[in-house]
Ligand binder design. Structure first.
Ligand code: SDX
Length: 428
């Protein structure tokens, strides 16, 4: 099957078929409009591929997620976040020397320019952390010119990975009125983040190794996920030639939405609401099924996974282990498990392939680490950064890349004659 034939009224066009390395089949419609005058229409792009990519593979039916061919389960168990970041961005797992050099580079670039602290001062304590993150990332373009050579792009990649950690922690400290804690070169990426978040000048803060390992694993699980909403945004903005910082800033904005990265925050808010309502699960399951009720079971459902999200499985297992080891008895964990069980016994969810996604249990772990709910989506952005970067670089280097400019089907007025202001019927 090397072509797919599309026939519209009296027109026919043969579209070349592309088959991926995991036997995914697509047909290229680049000639469709020029040949037939017609376009396709696919709201939400559920059936439309925007690119060919070699970074992440997802099989939604089998619950498979692989970064550059390595399974998410193996990476979560054996790798580290910077090891995975290197893999996603440069395509191969680093040697020990390569990882040490990458680590050192990132450590050396973790400071923010002192003038950038003034940006934080202008925000009220109530400023949404994702808005702060997006703005400060975009402002990096003012301090670090976006060169186009591989060396300049790579230096900005290192700067961004290093500084996002610091920007996230500084935004938290600003929101609680505490002094900023500067990054330390003797701590790992995850440990340094926790130290910047929770240390105070007046006392020693020892990072807890179990929490460091758990955070590092959560960052790995969030690192990439093929052409999701925020990654597609990063690619779209970058396709115009916009620099890395501007493209990532746009991705942060897309991720902040409650249907995407903002869901981890909404899950905890939902579980708290159900708990305060006497854990009346049936009521909320019924609301989620009711077409006339805007309520959705947050953390449930996925555009691609129709059986289970492999990340949710790892996170649920880790939540049991970590809360047990920390001696934390979080009622929301039991509540979440009960809600999952009840929902998955219900045909409505099973028929639609609605299962817990990455956001359903992740908030339980962030809570156990002492991370406040309004910072959960920032944690998602920290994890997703290397994936966004890898996808942006792949887009930039792909000879097939053109500026993204979708078409539309116009449904407005046909041509109308202009009416002078005094003669307009709808004006009093
Ligand atoms: C992420 O794309 C990615 O890869 C994203 C992500 C990543 O790593 O980047 O995995 C991260 O964003 C995970 C998703 C986090 N969002 C949520 O948990 C919010 C709750 N979930 C939904 O809003 C929804 O499931 C989406 C947004 C995740 C997926 O939406 P789709 O694919 O557009 O599906 P849909 O809205 O068309 O729903 C299909 C049906 C509908 O019912 P019918 O019209 O067929 O009767 O399922 C129903 C929906 O009403 N449905 C839900 C539901 N999700 C879908 N009903 C109740 N509760 C839900 N959560």
């Amino acid at each position: 099957m090397d072509t797919a034939r599309i026939s519209i009224q009296d027109q026919e066009v043969d579209c070349p078929v592309t088959v991926g390395t995991e036997d995914e089949v697509a047909f290229d419609i680049s000639k469709l409009r020029n040949t037939t005058g017609a376009i396709t229409l696919d709201p939400g792009y559920a059936n439309t591929g925007s690119c060919e990519s070699g970074i992440t593979f997802i099989d939604g039916e089998k619950g498979i997620l692989r970064y550059r061919g390595y399974s998410i389960e193996d990476l979560a168990e054996h790798s580290s976040f910077l090891d995975v970041a290197y893999l996603l961005i440069y395509g191969e797992l680093p040697t020990r020397d390569e990882l040490d050099a990458f680590n050192l580079e990132i450590t050396r670039h973790s400071l923010l320019h002192e003038d950038m602290k003034k940006f934080f001062e202008g925000y009220p304590a109530s400023a949404p952390p994702m808005s702060v993150l997006s703005t400060i990332v975009s402002s990096l373009s003012a301090y670090y010119p976006s060169g186009n050579s591989d060396e300049e792009v790579n230096l900005n990649i290192i700067r961004l990975i290093a500084k996002l950690n610091t920007i996230a922690a500084f935004s938290y400290k600003k929101s609680i009125g505490q002094p900023y804690i500067y990054p330390r070169n003797d701590l790992s990426y995850a440990a340094d983040f926790l130290h910047m978040m929770f240390a105070v000048p007046s006392e020693e803060y020892e990072v807890n190794d179990l929490i460091v390992r758990t955070l590092d694993m959560l960052l790995i699980l969030h690192a990439d996920h093929e052409q999701n909403c925020s990654t597609s945004t990063v690619r779209m903005v970058g396709s115009s030639g916009a620099d890395l910082f501007s493209s990532i800033s746009a991705g942060i904005g897309a991720l902040s939405g409650p249907l995407h990265g903002g869901a981890n925050t909404e899950v905890i808010n939902m579980l708290e609401m159900i708990r305060q309502d006497g854990s009346n699960f049936q009521k909320y399951v019924a609301k989620a099924k009711d077409k006339n009720d805007p309520f959705r079971l947050m953390g449930f459902g996925h555009r691609v996974y129709k059986n289970f999200d492999p990340r949710a499985r790892v996170i649920k297992k880790t939540a049991d282990e970590v809360l047990g080891q920390l001696g934390i008895d979080d009622p929301l964990l039991d509540l979440a498990k009960q809600l999952e069980r009840i929902a998955l016994e219900d045909d409505y969810f099973r028929e639609r392939g609605l299962y817990p996604n990455v956001d359903f249990y992740s908030g339980i772990l962030y809570r156990a680490m002492g991370i406040p709910t309004n910072m959960f989506t920032v944690m998602f952005a920290l994890g997703r950064l290397p994936g966004w970067i890898a996808q942006w670089v792949e887009m930039k280097n792909d000879p097939k890349t053109r500026i993204n400019r979708p078409r539309q089907v116009y449904t407005g007025y046909n041509h109308r004659e202009y009416i002078q202001i005094g003669r307009r019927a709808n004006q009093n």
